[in-house]
Ligand binder design. Structure first.
Ligand code: GLN
Length: 536
């Protein structure tokens, strides 16, 4: 059977939850036994989001193969429990880069290079890469941006062309729109949706299904009206009402029969039902916690929760696993000093110090870690958070008072230093240590206990590392390197055994936590926070 394609576009406004709808549909199809993947096409000119400030774009999600990608890929992995790769995220920058390289190589044989056909051909080639691998029955393609944006046009045009080239039953277009409620009139309004569908029609694309984001239930009248004006069947008008958690969305889409409507359009069998038992168990535990803990996330992008998306989600998974409600408070490290640290942390049962770049807020992180270490409060450091734990230990325990990371300052004690492989690098895009690397854990360590195995693989995104020249001094003073990269000896995990739970990791465990497999370090850290809470 040929691969079938589902295209997901958005209209009216951004932030309607295209990524979550795509992931939820994929989950339902996967649970019916189909092999599904999701890819995201982003209309901006950056080659990847790796060079963007988190305030611009939220977290940068890293895949096993080292691609720096859109945070929606995180949702895809968390929902499907399957890895994604570079092929799952394409940007206009990447498309143009290939087209311009082709032009320089003379591949266009003297032709004028144009958006149609050259750019749209390249977009379509990329839309089909995963489908052509033979590994998937269905490929869901989410188009970033909103229909009608100048940047989105080549993508909508590519969908139009590809739809024509594929067989009549081989593709389906889902359009996400907003049905606003005017409280003064007491009415749901369909006009923005009508206009948005008209925009798609102007570009030659008739949507097959409309997923309507709404704060109130869609009445039959409203459904009929949308169906009539937008030229879609009434059963293809899908209600997407606001829910408590994004993890409710697959069940809501199941009730609305989104998967059935999609499969019917693609003429694929719907005989077997989606088995969502695991998912329902997870939701039950999430909504019926037996415990409650307060965890602090100390970072510098705290105004924008999307900057730490995967960490927030990993806590949701680990909370459910522990049947524990997690009250996660985001605290800005810039506001923490030695005179207020006690007050700031007083209600917290555990603290995670976040990843990050640059020196803003760094001393607040170090002050926080000193307090956690001395007061035996569970600490979890990720990437920069782990590096700060190393600096703190060097300064306050080993006695290297000037210790620092060379990312922040010139120092006589560079306990965190640039990796050799980074010393010649001057360009910023895609040049960090990226993607999955192996790590060997010390038997008996907390991390080993958590993972339950010795060799693990985790994803990285950093330039600096623990400076092994200081390893001996650290270990004799009580901070142990319990995880080492077996190929190059880089320190990947540090722990203080003489502390209830003090673990710092150079990699990003949050990127691998899923509903089906909550990350073991998050699960153990939450457990330690629960134990600390019970003691208090
Ligand atoms: N800025 C640090 C480095 O580049 C840490 C990076 C991170 O936290 N992702 O090594």
């Amino acid at each position: 059977m040929d691969t079938k394609y589902v295209f997901v576009t958005g209209g009216v406004t951004s932030s309607l939850g295209k990524g979550i709808i795509s992931a939820s549909l994929a989950k339902l199809l996967q649970r019916r036994g189909y092999r599904v993947t999701i890819q995201k096409f982003d209309p901006y000119l950056n080659v990847d989001p790796g060079t963007m400030n988190p305030y611009e774009h939220g977290e940068c999600y890293v895949t096993d193969d080292g691609a720096e990608t859109d945070l929606d890929l995180g949702h895809y992995e968390r929902f499907l429990n399957l890895p994604t790769s570079q092929a799952n995220n394409v940007t206009t920058g990447r498309v143009y880069q290939t087209v311009i390289e082709n032009e320089r190589e003379g591949k266009y044989l003297g032709k004028t290079v144009q958006i149609i056909p050259h750019v749209t051909d390249e977009i379509q080639r990329r839309m089909k890469i995963l489908g052509n691998s033979g590994e998937y029955d269905i490929v869901i393609t989410e188009l970033g941006g909103t229909v009608g944006d100048i940047e989105s046009l080549p993508y909508v045009e590519s969908v139009r062309q590809l739809k024509r080239k594929l067989g009549a039953d081989d593709s389906v277009v889902i359009h996400l729109t907003l049905i606003p409620y005017l409280s003064a009139a007491g009415e749901l309004k369909t006009k923005p949706t009508q206009h948005s569908v008209q925009k798609l029609l102007e570009a030659g694309v008739q949507p097959d299904i409309l997923v309507c984001r709404t704060e109130h239930k869609l009445t039959t009248e409203v459904r009929k009206k949308i169906s009539l004006f937008c030229n879609v069947n009434q059963n293809a008008v899908i209600e997407s009402i606001d829910v408590e958690t994004i993890y409710d969305v697959p069940l809501m889409m199941e009730k609305e029969k989104l998967d059935k409507v999609v499969l019917a359009k693609l003429r694929m069998p719907t005989s077997s039902e989606a088995n969502l038992e695991n998912w329902k168990n997870f939701l039950f535990k999430l909504k019926h916690p037996k415990n409650e803990v307060n965890i602090g996330l100390i970072g510098k992008y705290v105004e924008l929760p999307d900057a730490y998306k995967s960490i927030n989600e990993a806590f949701i998974h680990a909370g459910a696993e522990n049947e524990c409600k997690i009250n996660l408070s985001h605290l800005s490290s810039e506001n923490i000093t030695s005179s207020n640290v006690k007050e700031r942390l007083k209600d917290l049962d555990g603290v995670l110090v976040a990843p990050g770049f640059g020196d803003r807020g760094i001393e607040g992180k170090i002050t926080t870690i000193k307090y956690l270490r001395e007061h035996k409060i569970p600490f979890f450091g990720i990437c920069l958070g782990m590096q700060c734990a190393v600096i703190e230990f060097a300064r306050n325990v080993v006695g290297l008072t000037k210790a620092h990371s060379t990312e922040m300052a010139k120092t006589s004690h560079p306990v965190i230093d640039l990796m050799d492989s980074q010393k010649e690098v001057s360009k910023k895009g895609g040049t960090m240590r990226l993607g999955a690397y192996k790590c060997k854990l010390e038997k008996g360590s907390r991390s080993f206990t958590a993972y339950g195995k010795q060799v693990i693989s985790e994803r990285h995104r950093h330039r600096y590392e623990f400076n092994n020249e200081y390893l001996h001094d650290f270990e004799t003073n009580g901070m142990m390197a319990t995880g080492i990269n077996p190929d190059n000896n880089l320190v990947e995990v540090v722990e203080i055994p003489n502390h209830p739970w003090f673990v710092g990791v150079q990699y990003h465990p949050e990127l691998k936590s899923t509903v089906d497999e909550p990350h073991p370090l998050f699960v153990r850290f939450v457990k330690a926070a629960i134990e600390n809470n019970v003691k208090k």
